[in-house]
Design a protein around this ligand. Structure first.
Ligand code: GLA
Length: 390
């Protein structure tokens, strides 16, 4: 009897212990998920540095529902918190937790303003009024995103105008990266009342030059670091695109997207056709890394793209006055960088929609012009607007 009693006690104790252990494990797992799911604006302190004898910082813009953190190092969007279908704040852009990681971030261009000429210029060469210019070649034989340093690794002057507006300016010297003219660029980030992040660009020059400014944010609408973007649904308002050669320089032709993996005119999973290796263009790009020729409805802002996060139901609408958009599917992401919250920048876990003029326009006179003359003002606007699918 006594034995049976002890056995019973022992069994109940063992059961309780086991249960507790299981509960603890469950709690640990829960708190792990909460940790990985809780998305916050990085600490401002981690962005306060002296780089190139200039002060870097992190500026936080807030309105009712969205919050953006932007650093003046490369005028980069570091985080962008928007509510998902459950109202949970979700950070939809890839970035680093601190400015040092951006300085060592290789050629990722996370969140950056790229320029003076975003995208590629063949062999880094172009002519203006018959005079040849040679730019830095930093992408094989080609010039990419403004050269060795470009605007994405410069410290911009920043002025926070109010809770929702940040103005950044950068003056690029005559001859910098090979470009002619002292060039003053101004970028204004504004959070709109419509849950949007608006980017206004303005530039002037004192010598004829070329310009193509864009933002290089990497989006994952399920939350940065939360896995593949291949199930996001993508719509791009383009009947044509600019096919490229093996070095991603446009051939000069505009090709119809119809009956190709480039037809995103109705919402299609990004991954539905991405591995179609019989398509030479996807082979060259290692996925999508192409400029789409936007269908224009008027002279102002028109809808360029609409993307849905398959898990978050976060919907992003992109509006722009630019003639093109580069759709890049993170084909060079390889998990070699630790991004915010200890996550990795794994292959194709983010995509870019860079509103722009077509790549290599200075060498294709049939493309819309990217020349800026002294006395003229380059002005363009792009708006990324967020909502939850109804
Ligand atoms: C752009 C280019 C890509 C790649 C990324 C950055 O989007 O088109 O080829 O260089 O920038 O990795």
């Amino acid at each position: 009897m006594r034995n049976l009693f002890s056995i019973l006690i022992f069994a109940s104790l063992a059961f309780i212990a086991c249960n507790n252990a299981q509960q603890n494990k469950q709690q640990e797992q829960n708190s792990d998920t909460t940790k990985s799911e809780s998305m916050e604006t990085p600490s401002t302190k981690a962005f306060q540095q002296n780089i190139d004898a200039k002060q870097t910082n992190l500026y936080v813009l807030k309105n009712k529902n969205i919050e953006a953190a932007i650093t003046n190092y490369g005028a980069r969007v570091v985080s962008l918190l928007v509510p998902d279908k459950n109202g949970k704040k979700t950070d939809v852009v890839v970035g680093f937790d601190n400015v040092n990681d951006y300085t060592q971030g290789g050629d990722t261009y996370f969140g950056a303003i790229v320029g003076r000429y975003g995208n590629r210029i063949a062999k880094g060469k172009f002519k203006l009024d018959g005079k040849g210019y040679t730019l830095a070649t930093n992408n094989g034989a080609n010039h990419l995103h403004g050269g060795n340093k470009g605007f994405s690794r410069e410290v911009w002057d920043a002025q926070q105008l109010n809770d929702t507006t940040l103005q950044l300016t950068y003056v690029s010297k005559d001859g910098e990266e090979g470009y002619p003219g002292n060039f003053t660029s101004k970028v204004i980030y504004t959070l709109t009342s419509n849950e949007g992040l608006k980017i206004d660009y303005e530039a002037t020059t004192d010598k004829k030059t070329v310009v193509n400014l864009t933002n290089h944010s990497y989006f994952n609408l399920n939350g940065q670091g939360s896995g593949t973007i291949l199930n996001h649904l993508m719509m791009i308002n383009a009947d044509k695109y600019t096919p490229v050669d093996s070095t991603l320089i446009p051939t000069g032709k505009l090709e119809p997207v119809k009956n190709t993996p480039f037809d995103f005119r109705s919402p299609t999973a990004i991954g539905a056709r991405i591995n179609d290796t019989s398509n030479i263009q996807l082979k060259y790009g290692k996925g999508y890394d192409h400029n789409f020729v936007l269908n224009k409805t008027n002279g102002g802002l028109s809808k360029a793209a609409e993307v849905l996060g398959d898990q978050s139901d976060i919907l992003m609408n992109v509006y722009t006055d630019q003639p093109g958009i580069q759709f890049y599917t993170g084909n060079f992401m390889d998990g070699s960088h630790t991004i915010k919250g200890g996550k990795k920048d794994d292959h194709r876990t983010a995509f870019c929609l860079e509103t722009q003029h077509y790549p290599d326009s200075p060498n294709h006179l049939q493309f819309p012009s990217t020349t800026l003359e002294p006395g003229k003002v380059y002005k363009t606007t792009t708006l990324y607007e967020f909502s939850v699918k109804k």
